[in-house]
Design a protein around this ligand. Structure first.
Ligand code: IPD
Ligand code: CA
Ligand code: CA
Length: 285
């Protein structure tokens, strides 16, 4: 949290890409749908996708609303949605988490978001994250910077690991805990504090906007990260796998940080890497 830069108004920014306009409309529309259902969240029919992994008709309804708006504008584009999976085959793929933070939503804890990323020819190009409780809208396009409510955002100027406030996600599957807990211990010892807020897209958006200085999590899915990774990169942050190399979209294991603390964070995670790898082998066997 040290050295946050205030958002800078965009006086005459680049024109917004047409795909981003559709993503923003779709995210707002899905966000409004989610908010209309928030008051009855504790009465919704909950299905278990797996242990501690829930889905409701609100997740599904929000995804349908997003896909409807995308396909109205771009019927040929492909979709990768958390609830409906892959639809179509096209060089443009919309990667959608219609409600990121379902567990928070079910508890009426006001921290969840709609996340829409656009990948073109395999490259993440655009990201939109909308948090309906605060009406915060995060937008980024490759090469055009990142904004929060139309104001330019940058990652924080944090330079020291021991000043860093760090986001994370605790695995929801118990068998994934042995690989994760050594990293939690190492980060707790080395930093100013850890937060587990419960919506991966917002963890990434918070790094992009300087509220957090770094974030790491394991076992994520492409829809948790697609939009947020573009945001972090466009806000000047470093995006990578836990040990610096590799693409988090492939492995699901992500580390993002300000440029000054990314290297020390990788070094820190490397100190517990053997325990992480041994636990992964155990979990696979
Ligand atoms: C979850 C949230 C959570 C993260 C989990 C995700 P969902 O997404 O982003 O913060 O720790 O790994 O699955 O299920 O609420 O869309
Ligand atoms: Ca998610
Ligand atoms: Ca979700």
């Amino acid at each position: 949290m040290f050295g946050i830069l205030s958002p800078v108004p965009l006086l005459s920014g680049p024109p917004v890409h047409p795909l981003v306009n559709i993503a923003v409309s779709a995210a707002r529309s899905a966000g409004n749908f989610i908010m209309r259902n928030l008051e009855r969240a504790d009465t919704l029919q909950i299905e278990h996708k797996g242990r501690n992994d829930f889905v409701t008709q609100v997740d599904r309804g929000a995804e349908s609303e997003i896909i409807k708006l995308i396909h109205k504008a771009y019927p040929q584009h492909a979709i990768l949605g958390e609830e409906g999976g892959k639809i179509g085959d096209n060089e443009v793929v919309w990667i959608i988490d219609p409600l990121d933070g379902t567990t928070n939503f079910l508890h009426r804890l006001p921290h969840f978001a709609v996340s829409i990323g656009v990948q073109i020819k395999g490259v993440l190009m655009h990201g939109v994250i909308y948090a309906p409780c605060t009406q915060d809208l995060y937008v980024a396009s490759r090469g055009a910077g990142a904004t929060l409510n139309n104001r330019r955002i940058r990652v924080s100027t944090c330079r020291e690991l021991d000043h860093a406030l760090v986001g994370t996600g605790v695995p929801i599957k118990p068998e994934k805990l042995p690989a994760y807990l050594p990293t939690l211990g190492a980060v707790a010892e080395a930093t100013a504090g850890i937060r587990r807020a419960g919506a991966a897209s917002l963890d990434l958006a918070y790094v992009a906007s300087g509220k957090l200085d770094a974030y790491w999590e394991m076992n994520l899915k492409p829809w948790d990260m697609a939009a947020g990774l573009v945001l972090v990169q466009e806000a000047g942050g470093i995006v990578g796998e836990l040990y610096g190399e590799g693409d988090p979209m492939n492995s699901g294991n992500v580390l993002v940080a300000t440029p000054k603390i990314h290297g020390p964070f990788v070094d820190l995670l490397n100190t517990v890497r053997p325990r992480f790898e041994a636990a992964q082998v155990d979990a696979a066997s």
